[in-house]
Design a protein around this ligand. Structure first.
Ligand SMILES: [Zn+2]
Length: 350
């Protein structure tokens, strides 16, 4: 391909050579048209530009549970199916299907659990140990990784787990943002964030116990560090706000020029109309996106059917009422959507 480009430049002369070389050197436009997002429910996303992948959360073990006394383990069968069926590239493997889908050297660059509750962090340890890739890990995620080491890697066709590359979310307690290194043509920034509160408190606050082991109760997964994620690619910007309700920190210093916003509405159904209106207006005024994708509203208690993947709203009736509320609040200058289940889509498509 490189030779072809040079041959064409021969016809066009020196300015064309300089232009093409500059485009290749900065890595722009080459992958722009291939950029896709894939939504797995909750706030799990895969962003893929054909060369690099960014995984948000990576929560795939959807299982029936009772939040009060259920105990969970990562479901290695579901994790493996998700990786194999949706084109995730977890690094060197003997698996022929994964080798095929990642044959151009495509690579998972980083796993970013946005906070450490079970519906974000349950599978993060298994994915980090499978891929050996960089994972954003505070003390709570380190506990999840350690607990995951005791699971059998054989179920994923691995003789042994790899060593994950654990990186702290922020470089100091006072820091509020961090740009991650080595993320291909993506520029990924973590912005310190807040979790939604119920009756003034965050459920399962604090740090996950070092002695976490599977199966674990829902309450064993403590909040840990919480953040929003800003992703830039080819001069376009998207923002993920994975927990609704409290925008402290974000609206005082909002990122500029965000065209697509992935906005959690989980829990707003419990807060009611006035809180929803306040939240909606604050976030839209501060970020001013063109497109809003509503996320974290689905029930995560059933594995996906790959033949016919679809989401069912959690707490169906009140969640439907919330959708109607948002319908009333939205203005014509913002396009409000729900992402498709498991199918890749263009996050910047108009
Ligand atoms: Zn949470």
């Amino acid at each position: 391909m490189f030779h072809d480009l040079l041959k064409r430049c021969d016809f066009l002369g020196l300015p064309a050579i300089i232009f093409m070389t500059a485009m290749i050197a900065v890595g722009k436009s080459v992958w722009a048209d291939d950029l896709s997002a894939r939504f797995y429910g909750s706030s799990t996303f895969l962003f893929d530009d054909g060369k690099s992948q960014i995984l948000i959360d990576g929560f795939f073990s959807r299982q029936a549970y009772n939040p009060l006394w259920g105990r969970f383990s990562p479901d290695l069968t579901q994790i493996s199916e998700m990786v194999r069926n949706t084109g995730i590239c977890p690094g060197a493997t003997d698996d022929a299907r994964i080798q095929e889908q990642c044959r151009n050297g495509k690579e998972l660059k980083v796993i970013i659990p946005v906070h450490r509750h079970y519906d974000h962090a349950l599978d993060a340890g298994v994915l980090a140990l499978w891929s050996g890739t960089k994972i954003i890990a505070d003390e709570s995620i380190r506990a999840v990784v350690k607990a995951s080491e005791k699971l059998s890697s054989g179920a994923l066709g691995l003789r042994q787990w790899k060593t994950p590359n654990m990186q702290p979310p922020f470089l100091s307690d006072n820091a509020n943002r961090r740009v991650l290194e080595d993320t291909g043509a993506f520029r990924v920034t973590l912005l310190r964030g807040q979790h939604i509160r119920f009756f003034g408190t965050v459920l399962a606050n604090g740090t996950t116990d070092k002695k976490l082991s599977f199966p674990a109760s829902l309450r064993a997964f403590r909040l840990g560090t919480s953040f929003n994620v800003l992703i830039e690619h080819d001069d376009r910007r998207l923002l993920i706000i994975p927990s609704a309700g409290n925008l402290e920190g974000l609206i005082e210093d909002p990122p500029e020029n965000v065209s697509t916003l992935f906005l959690s509405i989980g829990g707003l159904d419990i807060h009611g109309y006035r809180a929803t209106k306040r939240y909606w207006q604050k976030v839209l005024d501060a970020i001013d996106p063109k497109v809003v994708y509503l996320i974290h509203w689905d029930a995560d208690t059933k594995p996906f059917d790959f033949e016919d993947p679809k989401f069912t709203p959690a707490r169906k009736l009140i969640m439907r009422r919330l959708f109607r509320t948002i319908d009333k609040l939205k203005t014509p200058d913002v396009d409000v959507r729900r992402p498709p289940a498991l199918k890749p889509f263009g996050p910047f498509d108009g």
